[in-house]
Design a protein around this ligand. Sequence first.
Ligand code: IMP
Length: 501
Amino acid sequence: MAKILEDISRTFSEYLLLPNLTTEQCIPTNVSLKTPLTKFKKGEEPKYSLNIPFVSAIMQSVSGEKMAIALAREGGLSFIFGSQSIESQAEMVRNVKKHKAGFVRSDSNVKTGTKLKDVVELVKRTGHSTVTITDDGTARGRLLGLVTDKDYRISKADLDDEINKYMTPIEKLVCAKKGITLSEANDIIWENKINCLPIVDDEGRLAYLVFRKDYEERKNNPNSLLDAEKRYIVGAGINTRDYETRIPALVEAGVDVLCIDSSDGYSVWQKNTIDFVRAKYGNDVKIGAGNVVDAEGFRYLAEAGADFIKVGVGGGSICITREQKGIGRGQASALIDVVNARNEYFKETGIYIPVCSDGGIVHDYHITLALAFGADFVMMGRYFARFDESPTRVVKMGNNYVKEYWGEGSNRAKNWQRYDLGEDKEKLSFEEGVDSYIPYAGPLKDNMQVTISKIKSTMCNCGSITIEELHQKARLTLVSNISIQEGSAHDVILKELDKKL
Ligand code: IMP
């Protein structure tokens, strides 16, 4: 007979943390969010750690090279999506590894002749006040001029004017040649009292922009996740089919950490993939596996040699796996079970395998709960897809801006290798994810700072200044429906609502 678990499958919102004694030590500036990314032996250091416990999801609509750079700069890590050709994924990895901090690709570019009103709209949408004018309107076009929001006064200007009337033309711009170092670029910025230095190649094509305002930040960004050569650390998602060609191409491109991307990781295919890595590279190449939702799945991947293990089936915001296939587990229950198995494994073998909670983070406090349950870091899709740095378009809907966000199991992603076990694709395929919009939230850095300060503050309430301490000390309680209502504003007329009435 089938085994029926007694426990209900529960998720984050059903739990609350209880405060512990907050001592003088417990202030946010003392909190470290450093956390292991790959497995290690008791008493030793992991090869890779994260400076903040965030990784971005292995998804087309989340983790491209821009996200990878922005997140590594803040101390987290992106796994570049694997649902693309081996060549283009390797190229993205290569671009992250060769990215020079401080040299940014211009985001806001228009063609010569563009109307001022379109530039104003672009600035509003991107939040970037510097716009380049290139011959073809792209970030790699021939540079013709630069305009900032200080060059036009919206109230006085004719919005139908061409932007060329307001831009500083190339003849009057201070530019530098591709190949200069960042410190040389900074010197030019200071000597010429300019805010932005365009870097062009020999044909006058735009390569990068260097901004004065980034200078201080570049000087002191101690949290950045860097390798020994001061390049950003980057991950990549792989599948269990073309790994024999994809992995060598990614390793060649300089990838730091791999992760097998699958909605069901409790499979022999994952073991075969890890075996391939161990046979070819020994322990030099790090590889995470998943996703699993229980002790059995964890043990299988641990024994197969995974460097970290990802938890979660069916909880992602764009996920319809549970509806389509009736399989999965509430994220809290899954984590509790897997973390117990991990701790057992650690006691038994002295090997600590980091656990990643993947999917279903809706509120910032869910991240703290995941860490309190024993996760070492979280993987998020929706959270990151909202930011400027995700690869998708910003779209205006009514009076609001939204970004596109689609699942890897949606038709749009056409990521069949992840979901299909080899049957006739055309006839038998069905979707496990949706294509959606989410509210646009602006730059990653600003949003993440708020999230991080909430996590640090809660950790202090829980008497913990490290994630390891939180693992040991956290106390959690289940909540009833009524007490959930008690937790948000209630029995008052909100002023915002009052205004609308
Ligand atoms: P989110 O942070 O709640 O948006 O969840 C992101 C996670 O959902 C990813 O890291 C994947 O594990 C999972 N996921 C991505 N695409 C799909 C899909 O199409 N169906 C089911 N799960 C998905």
